[in-house]
Design a protein around this ligand. Structure first.
Ligand SMILES: Nc1ncnc2c1ncn2[C@@H]1O[C@H](COP(=O)(O)OP(=O)(O)OP(=O)(O)O)[C@@H](O)[C@H]1O
Ligand SMILES: O=C(O)[C@H](O)COP(=O)(O)O
Length: 398
């Protein structure tokens, strides 16, 4: 891989403490990991480092905790799931810095794997605070970043550490960048993007540039509601960031100037409760009852999405079209995923999808293997697509 050092360059690491940034921000329901793709993808790096006799110390975040440590955002259950997927013991330390981390690391044998508690339990992580970074670095001799899906964050564990320790890209980081370059470096046109999901505030800005790179942008999921509301459509109690209406309007203007079609839902599946089997109905998007939430796009929109997929030579997809974890709100995502998979299998489409929940949705639809490439990254993948520098990758190139 041009530009940075990989595990091929790491040399003798027998007995060395290797801090490995991984992305264990996996979908969880009822305390159980519902999609283990991100864990499976880090297995090669862990096996390689452990096989060379390193003490493998995993650093990761989970969710977006606001007020320090809380059981809801603990990585402890994920350590168990990681051990199951890797088929080997994975220790757990109840803190990522300080005595708990230091003593767990000191007790490691060569080849052992240890996961440290959520780095986001400290405010210093997201601030990339040098003091916090130093405390993380105290437990390692070498830094490996295998979290491509968190590489758009300039945090202590994704960026800061690479300034303090010899830094290398892990196998997944390397494979993700290679695959994205191959599939999307010079994409066949027209390029159709589908963006959905729930991370509206953290992804809406990047749509401003994305509309200049793609020929059509299909917006679904929670993201669509903010655009619908900006256009004056009443979205009832739906997930919607009304204060981003001006951003949404500006994106629609930029898209028109760039010649990028923006496709919004024309119908939606609405319900009064966000739970499995909740009574639901499909309504025109202009007729969403005030006391309901749009939890999926409707059949007419699915047909439109399929038509746009058919017009594309390349499909880029991040974010499900609905709350796919809960039936029946998985229908549109499953139908669109199957449609894209069939076009790909027929050799008519290059399809690249990414994101923690997006991968889970494709697995739920049973078609992840039929896509040209499935990235573990959502936001990072879209930022890469935009052409934005990714701090976690750039720092490895220093
Ligand atoms: N209409 C909707 N209302 C509420 N939630 C929705 C709706 N549509 C989709 N979602 C939720 O969006 C979530 C996924 O969004 P998200 O932006 O996190 O995607 P992702 O693929 O995980 O990307 P990343 O890896 O960047 O997190 C799912 O949990 C899904 O239930
Ligand atoms: O799920 C993701 O996209 C990554 O783990 C990054 O998570 P974040 O959006 O909370 O930074």
């Amino acid at each position: 891989m041009a530009g940075f050092k990989t595990l091929d360059d790491i040399g003798n690491i027998d007995g060395k403490r290797v801090l490995v940034r991984v992305d264990l921000n996996v979908p969880v329901a009822g305390g159980k990991v519902t999609d283990a793709t991100r864990i499976e993808r880090i297995a090669p790096t862990i096996a390689e480092l452990s096989g060379k006799g390193a003490k493998v110390i995993l650093l990761a975040h989970f969710g977006r905790p606001k007020d320090g440590p809380s059981p809801e955002f603990s990585l402890e259950p994920i350590a168990k799931a990681t051990a199951e997927v890797l088929g080997r013991p994975v220790g757990f330390a109840a803190d990522c810095i300080g005595d708990a981390a230091a003593s767990a690391v000191a007790a490691m044998n060569n080849g052992d794997v240890l996961l440290l508690e959520n780095t986001r339990f400290y405010k210093g992580e997201e601030k990339n605070d040098p003091d916090f970074t130093e405390k993380l670095a105290a437990n390692g001799d070498i830094f490996v970043n295998d979290a491509f899906s968190a590489a758009h964050r300039a945090h202590s564990s994704t960026e800061g550490l690479a300034h303090l320790l010899p830094a290398f890209a892990g196998r997944t980081m390397q494979a993700e960048l290679d695959a994205l370059e191959k599939g999307l470096g010079n994409p066949a046109r027209p390029v159709v993007a589908i963006v959905g999901g729930a991370k509206v505030s953290s992804k809406i800005d990047l749509l401003m540039n994305l509309v200049k790179k793609v020929d059509a942008l299909v917006i679904g999921g929670g993201m669509a509601n903010t655009f619908l509301a900006a256009r004056g459509t009443d979205v009832g109690k739906s997930l919607c960031e009304h204060d981003l209406a001006n951003t949404a309007k500006q994106i629609m203007i930029e898209a028109a100037e760039a010649g990028c079609a923006v496709i919004l839902p024309i119908d939606g599946v609405v319900a009064r409760e966000f739970k499995a089997g909740a009574a639901s109905e499909t309504v025109a998007i202009s007729e969403v009852p005030a006391d309901t939430m749009i939890l999926d796009v409707g059949e007419k929109t699915v047909k439109t999405v399929a038509d746009w997929i058919d017009r594309g030579a390349t499909l880029v997809w991040n974010g499900p079209l609905g709350a796919f974890e809960i039936e029946p709100f998985d229908r549109a995502t499953v139908a669109a995923a199957k449609h894209a998979a069939a076009r790909t299998k027929a050799g008519k489409l290059i399809s690249v999808a990414g994101g923690g929940d997006t991968v889970a949705a494709l697995n739920h639809a049973g078609v992840a293997d039929d896509f040209t490439y499935v990235s573990t990254a959502g936001g990072a993948f879209l930022e890469w697509m935009e052409g934005k520098p990714l701090p976690g990758v750039d720092v490895l190139k220093r």
